[in-house]
Design a protein around this ligand. Structure first.
Ligand SMILES: [Zn+2]
Length: 385
């Protein structure tokens, strides 16, 4: 069996080739199966670019997200996707595949491939604690585990989620009751569904969001549950809500730029510059806030993440008890080292030249659909995470 990275994770076993979360221009043709774990832009190319004779496994929701992106980019609709769901999969005469919840964002899956000789588990991005919108990731029973290592470094240990959530709520409540416009920044897919529910239901306050987040919220509600009251920022209701001064505006990180408060006030015609706060796991490190404050003049940063932190990654591996672990994305070298040292389980990083360092916060890391108000978006290259 071989595991390596070549524009996607590749597993070769028993004469079969599995391509996991391929990126653009991966070798789709030689793969027996492509699996797409979730809808973030650095994972979804398999659904957008694989040719029609390649079988692709993904969840209903991820497939729907890919269709949104494809319409925008004028890509072909793929009819060859095998739609999968938690504890469901499919069988062929050579292998079986079963899907599990990854807890990362709506539609995110882990996969277990049974080749007869090996039980191989692939987590994709995962969250090993319950969030407002997602269940905790399932523990797969497998011998070989491929796990993401986004926060695979000791410095990324998050406080309890309840604690982070109450801090965000208290912060939002204070600003809203003081009549200060507030912008919360988070990835459109995943984080912003959680923030919509938190603000709308938890605080009882209206949420405004650009079309991209609005569309994702609608998909979430169609498949899962209601998120409360939210409005598209360009709508007439939103204008009235802004005048009433009791709302929180959610935006993806791509809206950040120099002097963000002034620019956002101008772009959205807000009565005064808003306070801007970022919700991301990278905020677990103190230096993150100071560098973002310097770069974008933000007011606060909260370590609310859709990924497992360092301790949860170890906890997950320990619960699975595989005979070997391959670590990938983010900080695979350190995570493998710590798994060997602390859990006494064989582990090795899958690296390529894009992945030798811990990923940093990337402001363009998600599918872009339509941004009606395109204000001074910094041109940062997309990163692999
Ligand atoms: Zn992701």
């Amino acid at each position: 069996m071989r595991v390596y990275y070549d524009k996607g994770l590749i597993i070769e076993a028993e004469g079969l080739k599995f391509l996991l979360d391929p990126r653009s221009r991966a070798d789709f043709h030689s793969a027996n199966l492509v699996l797409v774990s979730h809808g973030h832009s650095d994972h979804i190319s398999g659904l957008i670019e694989a040719s029609e004779n390649v079988r692709v496994g993904a969840s209903n929701i991820t497939h729907e997200i890919a269709r949104l992106v494809r319409v925008e980019r004028d890509r072909r609709f793929l009819g060859n996707t095998v739609l999968m769901d938690r504890k469901h999969g499919f069988r062929t005469d050579k292998y079986n595949v079963l899907a599990y919840d990854a807890g990362h964002c709506m539609g995110s899956l882990q996969f277990k491939i049974d080749t007869g000789e090996h039980l191989i588990g692939y987590t994709g991005d995962l969250n090993f604690c319950e969030s407002i919108t997602e269940r905790k990731a399932d523990v797969m029973d497998c011998d070989v585990l491929l796990i993401e290592a986004t926060f695979g470094s000791e410095e990324y240990v998050f406080p309890e989620r309840e604690e982070i959530i109450s801090e965000i709520l208290a912060y939002a409540e204070k600003n809203v009751s003081d009549g200060v416009p507030l912008v919360l920044i988070g990835y459109s897919l995943g984080k912003c569904q959680e923030l919509t529910s938190l603000i709308s239901k938890g605080l009882g306050c209206d949420v405004l969001a650009p079309k991209q987040i609005f569309e994702f919220n609608r998909i979430f509600e169609r498949y899962k549950t209601g998120l409360g009251k939210y409005f598209e920022i360009e709508s007439e209701e939103a204008r009235e809500i802004i005048e009433g001064n009791k709302y929180v505006l959610l935006l993806p990180p791509s809206y950040l730029g120099r002097n963000a408060p002034e620019k956002l006030a101008k772009a959205f015609n807000l009565p005064k510059p808003p306070k801007v706060a970022i919700c991301t796991g990278w905020a677990a490190k103190n230096s993150f806030f100071f560098s973002m404050q310097q770069a974008y003049n933000i007011d606060a940063a909260f370590p609310l993440s859709s990924h497992a932190d360092f301790s949860q990654l170890l906890e997950y591996v320990s619960a699975v008890e595989p005979s070997i672990v391959y670590t990938t994305f983010g900080n695979p070298v350190n995570l493998a080292k710590q798994i060997k040292k602390r859990l006494k389980i064989k582990a090795q990083p899958v690296v390529n030249k894009m992945q030798q360092a811990l990923e940093t916060y990337s402001i363009n890391q998600e599918p872009q659909i339509t941004l009606k108000t395109d204000i001074n978006k910094p041109k940062t290259p997309e990163k692999a995470a």
